[in-house]
Design a binder for this molecule. Structure first.
Ligand code: UTP
Length: 286
């Protein structure tokens, strides 16, 4: 029943970060000195996944290069006696088995997940949307979801209670809490207006999905924003198979937005004994 594969849809255009995302993959924006994507990959590995599948698009080659060997750089670092940096480079390229599949057109998150069907259809698989970065949490969020899947079976979605005025930014679920922090989901709607929202429990970027999602996605019509929405397919799935929601424990930074990305950088700097003073000096105007 366990989950060994993790899908990373990273083919989105990142329009909220234009102009920088005209040429730079959003997932490669730095959180201090590491790209956003590296946090998601480490979370998947720490949650027990062994195979990473990235759904990429144009302008995302830098992600592939980041996780690959860079012989020129490695050679140079060795020649200059920078062994620690050399070891760091080797470690990154040995992190995981990563497979890349191209989504030719950014038709939506649901369509990106469907692109993973050739490699993910044999069992339950994890999905990480790397924009959602979790810092300083005790247990990886995906691992919290996998444990629920191992205990209860079925698909699992990460949930967070959001302010009512923010419901229209997320997928929102209708659910019943069956035990503390665990919901049985009966329905869901992508980016509802406040009056249409069935609750304020919002879907966040971590999932454990049943392969039964693929035939549903194949038939899925475009929904909100003209995109093929994963939420719409999950809604259909929930009618025939259990879909659980886990109110995860951890602090999330939405690095797909400028505010969230900046907050994550400030938080990481505050956590670093050297960088902490830099932040405090700027804030205190010194
Ligand atoms: P977002 O809604 O954040 O879209 O996608 P985006 O294009 O990345 O960013 P904005 O909204 O234009 O600023 C959620 C996740 O789904 C992936 C994205 O890469 C992100 O991880 N995605 C979205 C795809 O892989 N393909 C798509 O067609 C759409």
């Amino acid at each position: 029943m366990t989950v060994k594969k993790c899908l990373f849809p990273v083919a989105g255009l990142g329009t909220r970060f234009l102009p920088v995302t005209k040429e730079i993959a959003k997932e490669m924006l730095p959180l201090v000195n590491r790209p956003i994507i590296s946090y998601g990959v480490e979370e998947a590995l720490a949650s027990g996944c062994e195979e990473i599948i990235m759904i990429t698009g144009r302008a995302k080659r830098s992600i592939e290069n980041y996780f690959d060997r860079s012989f020129e750089l490695e050679d140079l670092l060795l020649k200059r006696g920078k062994k620690e940096l050399y070891d760091m480079m080797i470690k990154i390229s040995n992190l995981a088995e990563i497979l890349y599949i191209r989504q030719r057109e950014p038709l939506g998150l649901g369509h990106a997940v469907l692109c993973g069907e050739p490699v993910c259809s044999s069992g339950y698989f994890g999905v990480i949307l790397p924009d959602d970065v979790f810092i300083n949490n005790d247990e990886p969020i995906l691992s919290q979801l996998i444990k629920t899947h191992e205990r209860l079976g079925g698909s699992v979605i990460a949930l967070e209670q959001v302010e009512l005025e923010n419901v229209s930014r997320y997928g929102i679920v209708a659910s019943e809490e069956v035990e503390p922090g665990i919901h049985r989901i009966s329905d869901m709607v992508e980016k509802p207006s406040l009056s249409d929202a069935p609750s304020n429990y919002a879907i966040m970027g971590r999932y454990v999905l049943s392969p039964s999602i693929f035939p549903i996605l194949r038939e899925q019509q475009a929904g909100t924003g003209g995109e093929i929405q994963l939420t719409d397919a999950l809604r259909t799935l929930a009618k025939s198979e259990p879909v659980w929601g886990v109110v995860y424990k951890g602090r999330r930074f939405d690095c797909g937005t400028q505010k969230g990305w900046l907050s994550a950088n400030v938080q990481l700097a505050l956590d670093d004994p050297e960088l902490r003073n830099v932040v405090l000096e700027v804030v205190n105007g010194r």
